[in-house]
Design a protein around this ligand. Sequence first.
Ligand code: G6P
Length: 607
Amino acid sequence: MCGIVGAVAQRDVVEILLEGLRRLEYRGYDSAGVAVLDASASEPQLQRLRRLGKVQALADAVAEQGLPGGTGIAHTRWATHGEPSEANAHPHVSGDIAVVHNGIIENHEALRAELQADGYQFQSQTDTEVIAHLVARAVSGGADLLTAVQQVRSRLEGAYGMVAINRQTPERMVVARSGSPLVVGFGIGEHFIASDQLALLPVTRRFAFLEEGDVAEITRQSVRIFDLENQPVEREVRESSVEHDAGDKGEYRHYMLKEIHEQPQAIANTLEGRLLNGQLNLEALGDLSDVDAVQIIACGTSYHAGVTARYWIESLAGISCNVEIASEFRYRRPVIRPNTLLVTISQSGETADTLAALRQAKELGITKTLSICNVPGSSLVRESDMTVLTRAGAEIGVASTKAFTTQLTALLLLTAALAERAADASAVQQRIAKALESLPGLIQQTLSMNDDIERLAEHFADKHNALFLGRGDQYPIAMEGALKLKEISYIHAEAYAAGELKHGPLALIDAEMPIVVVAPHNDLMEKLKSNIEEVRARGGELYVFAEESAAISAAENMIVVPVPACDDVIAPIVYTLPLQLLSYYVAVIKGTDVDQPRNLAKSVTVE
Ligand code: G6P
């Protein structure tokens, strides 16, 4: 979602803040802003600059104007309340107070009315501006900044992370976390705050993660943290293992392409210590011996990983499995069977709907929860009983790639663990182990399809619609392929279970509708071939990804792209790659913003 960076230092901080924003830009990118306090001036000044568009527009403005000062806060925005505009960009200012904020203040309308009645004038349509005025009102009533933020916190409903500075006390910032992550960075004689440690890696590797309800007062010399009851608390300071250059594109034109190519290594990292010399080592996953049913909850791409896992868990482990989109689950009254394991899947571990669904499931009586997550220390990890970290490394491209295939890898490990009580447990586990052992190499081999797919992409660039078809555990892969194409090329794409074609979508088939089929050589192959014929008979243009042994040959209106042969059990992971590459190259030809597609954000920390 939005990104926050702040700093208190002896040196000028604006470049640190801008670099932090660049590193967070993938989270939200419709406008950006910075406010800086210069304590060395005889009369401390609060200077603010905001720009519509990317961080670079803000950096250009800063370069032109200069923005000296050792205390500053900065923000890159993904609009929720109020259109993207300079007036709605953060920081928001009220008198001497400047504020940046992630999340949503749900009672902002009532607070706005109250503040307007009190004479405060609003300059923006945002919910954030109420925080600036509330803090300013508390400070003008005599509170120091820390007390003011603590008082204001009790008035705010919703999920947020916020940072406030005050021109009258220029060498400090006060931050509050409630439902939206914040991390304090420790330097030498300087301190930082950010919504993600990635923003601060150029300046420090030592971090403390704030917990729900924490408020912290940060100066150059000290970090004082208080809990919900305003009692002082300690939060452990840890050395980060995230690589400093995790935010660099390296030799690649886009983060997405870099991350697609990182998949062999990322998957090997997921398997490390969990698959040793062909043997699964699943103890670290936790005790699953009493699990009679599985409920999976996730959003977006992570949801597609969950839908794939349902096929595995039911067919290989023999355990009943439901999968649901988090935003639906949380507002339903689901009936939970006894001994249900709740599995949440999330790249970021901060997706608001997934977190809310986890909490809702606990209230419904689920006692065993496991998260599949890429971010250690994230809210989801902290609130789950067990975690399987995917270890994909930082994913910057908004369209998820390596996070997805590592989630699938982790879910296959989970399937193997759940299969423990199956009659054929050892055969299932051996098969999964063997298939997973071959996986990093197979993925590397699949990447060599790159050039073929780049050429294929030409056929899609001028189309307005596309269909993706798959059967069985390839149906969710078709869904993921369609999502990738929509997200980054803006071509409308739909996925169908191929058996559903005749119940409606066949009416759409004509020469203008490319149809992508994922066709591994499995026991549904003959059925799929019939579906392919149904499309051909109606003049559709087919692009079939299939392994050679499937004996599907190119024909009029049908291009067949060979995919390396693999065990069926890992075919969903292998067939994901060509679809990622296809959407990537279509987007490149169309000239869209591949890494930061319009209207989207990487981590959706609001409802
Ligand atoms: C956003 C991202 C998607 C992601 C989804 C769920 O919509 O753009 O790529 O799949 O959130 O995110 P999570 O971090 O929970 O996996």
